[in-house]
Design a protein around this ligand. Structure first.
Ligand SMILES: [Ca+2]
Ligand SMILES: [Ca+2]
Ligand SMILES: [Ca+2]
Ligand SMILES: [Ca+2]
Length: 198
């Protein structure tokens, strides 16, 4: 589906990225209608050839009914993940012009989570605690009722291990260890009958 789309990075295609972003009030819209988005899509919607996630990933749902599959790796046990779809410019999520649906899948195509509007406006945000090590996939598509069937978007994947002392949005607690029985479990969930240390 995406074979004709060009690969690139924001750094390498700065002027193109700016051209998309300077569309003033309707930047996401402008990008997708003229097909000028040169984001980070270099793969397909096939798991064996999926797009690899890079920070500040830019993709495009184009043509209509396009589905983007973006692969990310979890390298530490009990990793919390927060995945978020955002607009390239201002306001597209809030106005509903960018109405995404986001799923997280594992290698077996099991859907671990699905979200429509938990992000800003009509954009999507998913949080999953305690993923095991392995390969995972974010799948982005347009909502069935989306006012625009095509749009450019930014995808952010935040991975955060349990036991690193930082409480991710997807963790209930993180006491700096992965031991159970001390109020915060090895998967960073608050344990019953105790007060979380953070
Ligand atoms: Ca695409
Ligand atoms: Ca949505
Ligand atoms: Ca953590
Ligand atoms: Ca603990």
């Amino acid at each position: 589906m995406n074979d004709t789309e060009e690969a690139g990075t924001l750094e390498a295609t700065g002027s193109d990225a700016e051209r998309c972003e300077d569309g003033n009030a309707r930047s996401g819209d402008a990008c997708s209608t003229d097909g000028s988005v040169e984001g980070n899509e270099s793969g397909s919607d096939d798991m064996d050839h999926a797009n690899l996630y890079v920070a500040a990933f830019v993709g495009e749902i184009y043509p209509a009914a396009d589905e983007d599959l973006i692969e990310f790796a979890v390298t530490e046990p009990a990793t919390a993940v927060v995945v978020q779809v955002m607009s390239l410019g201002e306001g597209a999520c809030e106005s509903g012009e960018l109405d995404s649906v986001l799923e997280i899948l594992d290698r077996d195509r099991t859907i671990l989570g699905i979200d429509d509007d938990s992000g800003s406006g009509a954009c999507s945000k998913l949080m999953l605690p305690a993923l095991c090590e392995g390969r995972y996939f974010a799948r982005v598509s347009a909502a069935v009722s989306a006012p625009r069937e095509t749009f450019a978007y930014r995808l952010n994947v935040d991975l955060d291990a349990c036991g690193n002392g930082r409480v991710s949005d997807a963790e209930e607690c993180d006491d700096g260890n992965t031991r159970d029985g001390d109020g915060c479990s090895g998967t960073c969930e608050v344990e019953d009958g105790s007060v979380p240390p953070y």
